[in-house]
Ligand binder design. Structure first.
Ligand code: NAD
Length: 360
């Protein structure tokens, strides 16, 4: 029996997770995978209920489960809290505590959405790349961190620290090369070597790690250039390996290659159970309106089946079901365009994918 922790979180999180959990249960029933679901509270919802974004009982649930299905956390209600007490802290702590250092963000265009992106068809057609983001180091975790008074008493100083150790870079680089080996065998390591000491170490360690993987073609790119090349010529990329903050920003940018941030799934892997979540946030502007696209979370469930439960056929069935529903013209508002398409809400989109998984 595989135990799945279900953490909806805030805003659209619970809405998209509800649909994704249904699809996971449907795939489990079709492929004979015994699953047990248990809900946990996290983020702003947990602050409201327990005064902390990651309560002990949620920690406990996540430490004993086989995989975590996660929605999103955060929202204007909690924006005035100090950074270390905000909903987002709950997710950062969970990533850190479970040692989830490798964040896989596949960016693959579904053919029916080729005209949904603001970019030209000839640039994005057949885009298929993987952003591999380091997830437990860098600016989001480095110490010292905080807002402190300056010595002369005039104003304050906001401090974040960008730190990477050889070990942290080595282990994520190795995963990058392994992923590239299963794809088109190209790895682009993205850094800011011209300015940052952490990037100088990053590049040295990646070059050293490459010696173990002679079949992989490695190149290096500065992050500012990468931001431009992702729009100019995205098909040149296979695996994009980068540190935490750069990966966060570049993958949101990459979302536009496939039409909407509501289409991009992710898997966070490492020492403990894998965590699967859409790359988007809690989208407070559309929360509670049945407008959120659940497909990023549904595709995250496919990743959960592939990476945590090692059930490739069930994962592929969910991806095929999403593709079928899009081919039949169904669209949530973020990917809708005038023409022969049918506008649907979050719940109906989920139901359509369920039906498609059942039919096979
Ligand atoms: P966001 O990703 O929530 O939203 C950005 C834009 O994309 C919004 O216009 C939103 O409506 C749209 N969008 C997002 N998901 C969508 C979906 N599934 N379907 C259709 N449209 C979608 O980013 P934001 O507005 O910068 O942040 C909102 C809150 O989410 C903040 O509190 C932020 O800290 C938090 N956040 C959480 C996570 C996480 O939990 N992993 C990630 C990013 C942001």
């Amino acid at each position: 029996m595989a135990r799945i922790a279900v953490l909806g979180g805030d805003g659209v999180g619970p809405e998209v997770v509800r649909e994704a959990a249904k699809i996971l249960a449907t795939a489990g029933a079709r492929f004979g995978i015994p699953l047990e679901f248990e809900e946990g509270v996290v983020g702003g919802a947990a602050i409201d209920k327990h005064g902390t974004p990651l309560p002990q009982e949620t920690r406990q649930l996540c430490s004993v489960c086989d995989a975590i299905l996660f929605g999103a956390v955060g929202g204007p209600k909690w924006d005035s809290l100090p950074v270390d007490r905000r909903p987002e802290r709950g997710l950062l702590l969970l990533r850190k505590e479970l040692g989830l250092y490798a964040n896989l963000r596949p960016v693959k265009l579904f053919a029916p959405l080729v005209d949904t992106s603001p970019l030209k068809r000839e640039i994005i057609e057949e885009v298929d790349l993987m952003v591999l983001r380091e997830l437990t180091g860098g600016l989001y975790f480095g110490e010292p961190k905080g807002i402190v008074p300056v010595e002369n008493g005039k104003g304050k100083r906001g401090v974040d620290t960008l730190i990477y150790t050889t070990h942290e870079i080595e282990r994520i680089a190795r995963i990058g090369f392994q992923i590239a080996a299963q794809r088109r065998k190209r790895l682009t390591s993205v850094d800011k070597v011209n300015v940052l000491a952490s990037s100088q170490l990053w590049r040295q360690v990646v070059i050293e790690a490459a010696k173990e993987f002679p079949d992989i073609e490695l190149d290096h790119m500065l992050v500012d250039n990468c931001a431009m090349q992702l729009i100019r010529d995205p098909r040149r990329f296979d695996v994009v390996l980068t540190e935490n903050t750069f990966g966060d920003i570049l993958s949101d940018e990459a979302a536009m290659l496939v039409g909407s941030i509501g289409m991009l799934p992710s898997a966070s892997l490492g020492d403990g159970p894998g965590l699967y979540e859409p790359i988007h946030g809690s989208a407070p502007d559309i929360a509670g309106q049945d407008k959120a696209n659940p497909l990023a979370t549904i595709l995250s469930v496919a990743m959960l089946l592939r990476h945590s439960l090692h059930h490739e056929s069930a994962a592929a069935a969910i991806e095929a079901a999403v593709s079928q529903v899009l081919e039949r013209g169904y669209r949530t508002p973020d990917i809708w365009q005038p023409g022969p398409t049918v506008l649907v809400g979050t719940a109906q989109m989920g139901e359509l994918v369920v039906e498609s998984v059942v039919k096979g």
